[in-house]
Design a protein around this ligand. Structure first.
Ligand code: MRU
Length: 332
């Protein structure tokens, strides 16, 4: 157990996941005892958020080994769940490197990945906190404790700034269509006693124009070598609006989200999810049957719109091709 809220834990010989589809109405944990159950939980968004997906996949590998399934088969099933968040592939690579035969060794490595992710988030918070000006900080989607091993990336920066006594309030974009902002960010910040105000996605530019937002901080699903950043759909629009109003736009993410093998945002695969997420809220239809629907789950914010990228080893700024690579040298 760690001191922070975490969306996953190992208990009763199983991986327990806080079912994020049910929040904030219900706090229910689901147990995964096989790698197939773990893969389904990732695909169906029981657990989501790039670092949390990576940690979950690591436990999924351990479960597969316990089942006696071949490592390659287990990793392939987990890799096929969600294509954009690179932490998933990063974690599978780490697990493939475990130099031992037994389940215990794989489980230990999964525990290590989880503990390292939490430590990275706290360090991201410490590096990022001084960057935020006092006033209102806008965030999009959920890059909080629920999206990581605990503490959060973008919300980690906010948590650390608030802890240091800074005068901050948070505006949370609701984040259509899955509503991570309304359901998850608002829930976890409120639970932590951090001042949070919910807005719909189409209100952000208006509030920036009125001078009601002083900074933006978001998480990332994959950061390319040149700093282009894939994050939840709608992030790009927020970055454009921030630039138009001279508001600094920050990205906070662990090194496991930086993919130096992907040269730019053009090469980042963008997940397209089920049309039902757009046409329905729960069981209720919002749109007529028979129409076309698109549901890209992520977009890419070009590096030129990003004031800084905050990681556990420090803060990168333009030119990102150089500064991001340097951050890896600082890794202990
Ligand atoms: O589809 P999701 O909910 O997995 O998307 C999550 C995001 O886009 C987050 O901002 C990102 O993963 C960073 S989480 C620290």
């Amino acid at each position: 157990m760690n001191e922070y809220l975490s969306p996953l834990e190992w208990r009763d010989d199983a991986l327990q996941l806080l079912d994020q589809r049910l929040l904030p109405v219900e706090e229910k944990w689901v147990a995964c005892r096989t790698y197939e159950e773990t893969a389904r939980a990732i695909r169906d968004m029981v657990v989501r958020g790039a670092p949390a997906i990576g940690c979950t996949a690591a436990y999924g590998v351990a479960l597969g080994i316990r089942q006696g399934a071949p490592l390659d088969q287990v990793c392939a099933a987990l890799a096929a769940t969600r294509p954009t968040a690179v932490n998933l592939f990063w974690a599978l690579e780490r697990m493939k490197q475990v130099r031992a035969a037994g389940f215990d060794d794989y489980l230990k490595e999964a525990h290590r990945i989880l503990a390292e992710d939490i430590a990275a988030c706290v360090a991201i918070g410490d590096h990022g906190a001084p960057l935020l000006p006092d006033g209102v900080v806008l965030t999009h989607c959920n890059a909080g404790a629920l999206a990581t091993g605990g503490y959060g990336t973008a919300l980690g920066v906010i948590r650390s700034a608030v802890k240091k006594g800074r005068n901050l309030r948070v505006f949370a974009d609701e984040t259509r269509p899955f509503l991570q902002g309304a359901r998850l960010t608002a829930w976890e910040l409120h639970k932590s006693g951090i001042d949070v105000t919910l807005i719909t996605d189409n209100m952000a530019a208006h509030l920036m124009q009125r001078g009601e937002i002083q900074s933006v901080v978001v998480g990332a699903d994959r950061i390319a070598r040149n700093g282009d950043t894939a994050n939840k759909i709608g992030t790009y629009g927020v970055a454009l609006a921030a630039q138009a109003h001279g508001i600094p736009f920050f990205v906070a993410a662990p090194l496991s989200t930086i993919d130096l093998r992907t040269p730019s945002g053009k090469e980042i695969p963008i997940e397209e999810r089920d049309r039902r997420e757009v046409t329905h809220v729960g069981d209720r239809a919002l749109a007529p049957d028979g129409i076309g629907v698109r549901n890209p789950a992520f977009d890419v914010t070009p590096h030129a719109l990003i004031a800084a990228i905050v990681t556990e080893t420090g803060v990168a700024r333009e030119p990102y091709v150089e500064s991001l690579a340097k951050l890896f040298d600082a890794k202990p």
